[in-house]
Design a protein around this ligand. Structure first.
Ligand SMILES: *Cc1c(COP(=O)(O)O)cnc(C)c1O
Length: 447
């Protein structure tokens, strides 16, 4: 077929100016592999009757563009103008500079991850984060694992395998991505005993469900939805009192990871409060309101923490070295609440006064010819679903979403949200004021 004869050789494709960067980055072999894959796909297309590009040069340019697209999956920086602070699809929490430095300082070197330098003896990676987390929330002991879902699986497997766990029907949550509490319990080998109704569960319901097979009372914070109206939940303190009478520890999965009550986040459960109220264990994520790396913390009674740490699954769920470095730095910042508010990006965004957000939106609107619009930002990540953060955005007309698509696929990528034919660029979730200029330049380039 004539069209197939027009297909260029691999080296001809690699000589396309558009691929210079790819060759520099991946080396000749890496770039040639992508060019070959793109050529194979193009050959199949032409053989199936696709229209020729019109000459060898045109085919080479087309295949080069396809080769570039095949390399399009690298992790890229995104400017978050969605107004969702803890945005799971954008990697949840941007790390504070202190944590970035801690990671950078040890990532390309060896570190005393599991070695006690003072004695030269083998140490534990938990030594860097466990005691610090325990101190922060007033617990006897703590460990960190891969994430909070992992923390829950580990605790259930270690403390409730083939035994019963009592849970309120109002708390049988899906924690995201289709992972539901009943299924997690089943995988961990624990038997679920549901009590109460979706909207109301009383202490008596728990008391009636506890028997000789009961290993734990589990509370899970229904963090990504709210039951409103005729509702009743049993406080941790009451459950802890009941548990103490019957010899059954309370495990409190608070999810979001506030270490102590925060005036910016009224009503959000906090780990210190849960421990003080008598929970045997409290579990939380490190990359939601704590503002750290992906990790899950298990804090509470020393014997229960120890049981989780010694379970074989703890090895499979262990926190990695970079996570230890970042988490240690973030936990240190939280020792001083004021410092955490200033230095931890997600906390800084939540605490930022609305008029400062407005000043950003006004500046962005002035630079792009947009309008200033009042918006409602969200905490996200399954925290405080009912809480709106007063916010401000720059609004640009974008009836077909073309501007948004161009911004999303550009460099750096900018993500906003489309609403009624307008692109809203919410300024509460920008990392700092200078992002306004970066976004304005991208908007100008994309129009
Ligand atoms: C988010 C959440 C989890 C899961 O935490 P990951 O760190 O994402 O695994 C578990 N429980 C609750 C209540 C949550 O909000």
């Amino acid at each position: 077929m004539e069209a197939l004869r027009q297909l260029p050789a691999v080296d001809r494709v690699l000589n396309e100016p558009a691929l210079a960067g790819l060759v520099a980055e991946l080396g000749h072999a890496g770039a040639a592999d992508l060019a070959r894959r793109a050529l194979d796909a193009r050959r199949a297309e032409l053989a199936a009757g696709a229209e020729a590009a019109g000459g060898r040069d045109a085919e080479a340019a087309l295949v080069a563009r396809r080769a570039l697209a095949l390399d399009g999956t690298r992790l890229r920086r995104v400017l978050n103008a969605t107004g969702v602070v803890v945005h799971t699809n954008l990697g949840r929490a941007p790390l504070p500079a202190e944590a970035v430095r801690a990671v950078a300082g040890t990532a390309g070197a060896y570190a005393d991850l599991e070695l006690d330098l003072a004695t030269g003896q083998r140490g534990s990676r938990q030594a860097h984060v466990g005691p610090l987390a325990a101190r922060l929330v007033g617990a006897e002991a703590a460990i960190a694992v891969n994430n909070c879902a992992g923390a829950l699986v580990l605790v259930l497997a270690a403390l409730a395998r083939e035994r019963e766990v009592v849970v309120s029907r109002g708390q049988l949550i899906e924690i995201g991505d289709g992972f539901r509490l009943p299924e997690i319990m089943a995988q961990a080998g624990a038997r679920l005993v549901e009590v109460g109704a979706t909207n109301r569960t009383r202490l008596d319901d728990y008391a009636a469900a506890i028997g000789p097979e009961t290993a734990l009372i589990l509370r899970a914070h229904p963090s990504n939805f709210r039951v409103v109206g005729f509702t009743e939940e049993v406080a941790v303190a009451d459950l802890a009192r009941l548990g103490a009478e019957r010899g059954v520890p309370v495990v409190d999965d608070i999810g979001s990871g506030l270490v102590r009550p925060d005036p910016d986040l009224p009503g959000e459960p906090d780990a210190a409060g849960s421990v003080a109220a008598g929970a045997g264990l409290v579990l939380f994520s490190a990359d939601k309101l704590l503002g750290g790396p992906q990790a899950g913390v298990i804090a509470g009674r020393a014997d229960l923490v120890e049981a989780a740490a010694r379970h074989p699954l703890a090895r499979a769920l262990r926190i990695d070295r970079l996570g230890v470095a970042a988490l240690e730095a973030v936990l240190r910042l939280h020792l001083d609440p004021e410092r955490a508010r200033a230095a931890v990006p997600v906390r800084r965004m939540i605490a930022m006064p609305a008029d400062e957000v407005r000043a950003r939106a006004e500046r962005l609107a002035a630079l792009t010819g947009g309008d200033v619009a009042e918006t409602a930002a969200r905490i996200g990540g399954g925290a405080l679903p009912a809480v709106d953060l007063p916010s401000w955005a720059c609004a640009l007309p974008d009836p077909a979403g073309e501007l948004h698509a161009a911004l999303r696929t550009g460099e750096p990528a900018v993500l906003g949200r489309l609403e009624d034919g307008r692109l809203l660029l919410d300024c509460r979730t920008l990392l700092d004021d200078a992002d306004v200029e970066v976004i304005a330049a991208r908007v100008t380039a994309c129009r």
